[in-house]
Design a protein around this ligand. Structure first.
Ligand SMILES: CC(=O)SCCNC(=O)CCNC(=O)[C@H](O)C(C)(C)COP(=O)(O)OP(=O)(O)OC[C@H]1O[C@@H](n2cnc3c(N)ncnc32)[C@H](O)[C@@H]1OP(=O)(O)O
Ligand SMILES: CC(=O)C(=O)O
Length: 543
């Protein structure tokens, strides 16, 4: 881990400003209810951000209701809630502007208003004069200050505005500062900047002598880098969103910004405990917003500390720092070792150790590595299927005492004309021998039903095993993924991955076959085998 002191600024006066609930909610496909917003605000407060921008009161009933609910229900420990709005309408007065009043009615101590700072936006979008826009900034900020609010001003399109008319863009910053804004935030609204272009512009605004903030969008893929460049140029307030949610390509991802400020700049912005909640917060917010987590997200992604290549694993075995820029635990993440055809002995040894097996014997590790490579060549993929890898390992070690053996299975699917649209129905027969721990081998033959062949096989397998292993009734098939693939030659093979759960843990198996039923059956049978071998579904699972 490298850490360096970047700035003379005191970290304790630095603002981490989260706008997930306002700009994050501007993302396509993202919709937050009042309850969602309250939950996310609670998570952000626990994480330790300084400000939580909650939305635009008066712009829509949901945001207005959020601020009303926040007043009654939200008890923030350290963060301040911020209401967002804009400068008053052209030609009006802040004192009588309905949206400015709604901002005050939100009842927050802090407000953030967006102001135009690009001359062409003033003349073409606002359709007013440059002087009137300055008057709008002055009037709105001073009115809000006179009503006891701490005011931040977002200078929209500041960087494009500075390129078009630097004097005017700076006049907007100066006007906001003179009217009482505590922080003037330079916004890369179109997200078109590059890190090397930030410093000079930020320094020019800094010469005005007001505290500056930065708000970057990610249209060049540089939102985080641009934010850090602005911090290096002297801003003391960074705006961003959890997981980089936001309009178009999103905002600066605050999880990455925090990781970098704390672990690379060496600023203790969050406590150790708060920093260790970064991954959990990112995933919890993804869950609430119903967005799939981004596996390769820096610091907090599922793959951020996942190692696949054999050479990497062999060095990691000596010292994990050799292939990791930080200790993943610091941000609440974890190192994962992936098993694949790119594995060498070291991957297998580390993974085996994590699963509780001693693979220190080089020959044994080499034999398992070879078995993995052979099976991967045949179409198996162990990267996501830890449970199948564990079964392979047990079998290679001669430690697999199978609690059941399949004698045969069969599945039929038929279409039955019904009263309306008819129905498709599947029936499966499974014959097996279960090793009853008390009475010995027991031969069982069962017919299962389902709305599809895999469902019917699952039903039959559960029914067949349940008389001997009642815990299988807690096993539930959670997810089922099929992929048709070519392997070396001309024949296609089908690979199936199955996620199974017993309610408290989830495991994944892989099956491969010449058709979808065959591969599904292998993954399904292995999922039951893995669950039983490990004692899942019982109250006291084997360790
Ligand atoms: C860069 C950003 O992301 S800023 C945040 C943007 N977020 C949003 O727009 C989401 C919430 N917005 C809304 O619900 C609506 O746009 C509202 C309620 C704010 C306004 O709705 P409407 O009154 O129907 O106006 P509409 O959205 O069509 O146009 C915006 C108006 O605000 C004006 N306006 C735009 N920016 C500003 C500003 N900084 N200060 C004052 N007025 C502004 C526009 O000129 C336009 O005026 P017009 O009605 O005279 O044409
Ligand atoms: C204010 C804001 O969201 C922007 O300029 O992008």
């Amino acid at each position: 881990m490298t850490s360096r002191e970047v700035l003379p600024l005191a970290p304790e006066t630095f603002h981490l400003f989260d706008t997930t609930l306002r700009d994050g909610a501007q993302q396509e496909g993202l919709r937050l209810s009042v309850a969602d917003k309250l939950r996310i605000a609670g998570l952000l407060d626990e994480l330790g951000v300084s400000f939580i921008e909650g939305g635009w009161p008066g712009a829509n009933p949901n945001d207005t209701a959020f601020f009303a609910a926040a007043r009654d229900q939200l008890q923030l420990r350290s963060a301040h809630l911020v209401a967002f709005g804009s400068t008053r309408r052209a030609g009006g007065s802040a004192a009588t502007d309905p949206l400015t009043q709604a901002l005050l009615d939100a009842g927050t101590e802090y407000v953030c208003i967006v102001a135009k700072s690009h001359d062409r936006h003033v003349t073409d979008a606002l359709r007013t004069t440059l002087e009137e826009n300055l008057a709008m900034v002055q009037d709105t900020v001073s009115h809000l200050v006179s009503q006891g609010r701490h005011v931040f001003v977002d200078c929209e399109h500041f960087f494009d505005g500075y390129r078009s008319n630097p004097g005017y863009a700076l006049d907007v910053v100066r006007t906001a500062a003179e009217a009482g804004a505590e922080v003037v935030v330079l916004c890369d609204t179109n997200g078109g900047m590059l890190p090397s272009q930030m410093g000079d512009v930020v320094s020019a605004a800094g010469a005005i002598g007001v505290d500056l903030g930065i708000h970057c969008h990610n249209d060049t893929g540089c939102a985080v880098a641009n934010s850090l460049a602005a911090v290096e140029a002297g801003v003391m307030h960074v705006q961003g969103t959890i997981n980089g949610y936001g309009e178009r390509t999103g905002n600066a991802d605050l999880t990455t910004v925090i990781g970098n400020l704390q672990l690379k700049f060496g600023w203790p912005l969050l406590s150790e405990r708060q920093l260790a909640s970064l991954t959990r917060t990112s995933h919890a917010v993804a869950e609430i917003t119903n967005q799939a987590p981004h596996a390769r997200q820096p610091y907090v992604g599922h793959s951020s500390f996942a190692h696949k290549a054999g050479l990497h694993a062999s060095a990691i075995k000596v010292d994990p720092d050799l292939y990791q820029h930080i200790d993943p635990m610091v941000v609440g993440n974890d190192m994962r070792m992936l098993i694949s055809d790119m594995s060498g002995r070291a991957n297998i040894q580390i993974k085996g150790e994590q699963l509780g097996f001693d693979l220190s014997d080089r020959e044994l590790a080499a034999r398992v590595t070879e078995a993995v490579k052979q099976r991967e060549a045949a179409g198996y993929s162990y990267e996501a299927a830890d449970a199948s890898f564990e079964l392979l390992l047990r079998s290679q070690l001669g430690e697999l005492e199978a609690p059941f053996e399949i004698s045969s299975w069969r599945v039929l699917t038929e279409h039955r004309p019904g009263e309306a649209e008819g129905e498709t129905y599947s029936e499966a027969t499974v014959k097996l021998v279960a090793q009853d721990p008390e009475t010995g081998p027991k031969r069982l033959a069962v017919v299962g039903e389902g709305n599809g062949p895999v469902d019917a096989l699952d039903d039959a397998l559960t029914q067949a095993l349940a008389p001997v292993f009642s815990q299988v009734e807690r096993f539930k098939l959670l997810d089922y993924r099929v992929r048709i693939m070519e392997t070396g030659g001309t024949d296609a093979v089908t690979r199936t991955l199955i996620d199974m759960s017993d309610g408290s843990r989830t495991w994944t198996t892989v099956g491969v076959g010449g058709n979808v039923i065959e591969s599904s059956w292998e993954a399904l049978a292995d999922a039951y085998l893995h669950g039983l071998v490990n004692g899942y579904g019982t109250h006291q699972p084997k360790q």
